[in-house]
Write a protein that binds this ligand. Structure first.
Ligand SMILES: *Cc1c(COP(=O)(O)O)cnc(C)c1O
Length: 371
């Protein structure tokens, strides 16, 4: 195989999302050393841009070298010690993954489970915290990519502010596509990924730590179980010492720098409005074509990730394969209870535009015609 001959695809799945030509060009700039003052200037600007996007003044804000799951692992491994209690909201794949990571770190995990396809009632999380007031953290997924659910955060954030329990939020599919508001909501550790609504290839996980979270990490009894993800060591490279920890993924950081410039050029409000409008349009047009929307209630539906059942009980797998082969469009299949029943359609970052919806609907109309 020759990578120069690969067929292009329109990426409308749960990630990765399409990468704009501008970002691809940034990726192709000559590689610099990770201690080169020019590169360090780029990295500082990236961290400033991430603060703006997260809605935080947290000093410790940077891209973890690794995908969204590395961000998740960085949050959990820095905050948890064996024997700690972790309250985790579980209503999809990524909540399940958070709980699994916490268990592997030796935490007592309290799972607050909910039906897949619906948000968790914040009252249930607050109750779980009242039952376990000494819990180290409460972790929630803001945008559950496995089910298309938007999870309300603010009531939990308000509640935890008056306690010593830290609030961890997965914003992998929300950052860059909708407001996260780390400081307003009262989130202590928030992580994301670059290949969803930021439109950068996979490989970086923006993360931010509040001073409260850093205090907790400094007062741990045992060292952070992961050397690579230990934020106190990484901080030595980010700060004025510029101490080598690991080699930064230079070219990916150029790409993220360019993505943040795109965000600034468009404006945050305009970018969120674009995602909301285009996703809303797709959902309406799918319903007109006999698709069902899996996520309930309607106000919990993410515009950037639509989970849709197919018309007339059609099997999703063969149609999804033809969408890719005949039309060059990728969408995702269902997970968990949605397996075999759903398409998960992402309109993220550079892909969140009317032309994506037009191309998808044209292809859908062709596929639905010849049964
Ligand atoms: C994609 C995703 C992840 C995992 O990110 P990877 O980049 O696949 O490691 C975590 N949480 C959510 C909500 C996601 O959508």
């Amino acid at each position: 195989m020759d990578v120069a001959k690969l067929s292009p695809r329109l990426l409308l799945g749960p990630g990765p999302s399409p990468v704009s030509p501008r970002i691809l060009q940034a990726l192709a700039r000559p590689t610099l050393g990770h201690l080169d003052p020019q590169f360090l200037g780029i990295l500082d600007e990236v961290n400033d841009g991430l603060r703006e996007l997260f809605g935080t003044t947290n000093q410790t804000t940077f891209p973890v070298s690794g995908t969204g799951s590395a961000g998740m692992e960085a949050a959990m491994v820095n905050l948890l010690e064996p024997g700690d209690t972790a309250i985790v909201g579980v209503k999809g794949v990524f909540g399940t993954r958070l709980a699994e990571m916490a268990r592997r770190l030796g935490a007592q995990v309290v799972e607050v489970e909910g039906e897949w396809g619906r948000p968790l009632d914040p009252e249930r999380l607050i109750e779980a915290h009242n039952d376990h007031p000494g819990a180290r953290l409460v972790a929630l997924v803001h945008a559950e990519t496995s089910t298309g659910v938007r999870q309300p955060l603010s009531a939990v954030g308000r509640h935890l502010r008056n306690s010593d329990t830290l609030f961890v939020v997965d914003a992998v599919t929300s950052l860059g596509g909708m407001e996260v508001g780390v400081d307003d909501v009262g989130i202590d550790v928030c992580y994301a990924g670059t290949q969803k609504c930021l439109g950068v290839p996979p490989g970086l996980a923006p993360i931010t730590f509040s001073s409260r979270a850093l205090d907790r990490i400094r007062n741990r009894e045992s060292p952070v179980a992961s050397w690579y993800l230990d934020v106190t060591l990484i901080a030595g490279y980010l700060g004025s010492e510029r101490r080598y920890h690991h080699t930064a993924p230079i070219n990916l950081i150029y790409a993220l720098h360019e993505a943040l410039a795109e965000v600034r050029d468009e404006g945050l409000g305009a970018r969120f409005a674009r995602h909301a409008r285009v996703g809303g349009r797709l959902q309406e047009e799918l319903v007109e074509r006999g698709f069902g929307l899996f996520t309930q209630p309607p106000e919990a539906r993410l515009p950037q990730l639509t989970a849709a059942t197919l018309p007339d009980g059609r099997e999703e797998g063969p149609l999804r394969a033809r969408l890719l082969e005949d039309h060059g469009i990728e969408v995702g299949g269902g997970l968990g209870p949605g397996k075999g029943k759903l398409w998960r359609i992402g309109l993220m970052g550079h892909g969140a535009r009317d032309s994506s919806v037009d191309r998808l609907l044209e292809a859908v109309d062709v596929l639905m015609e010849d049964v």
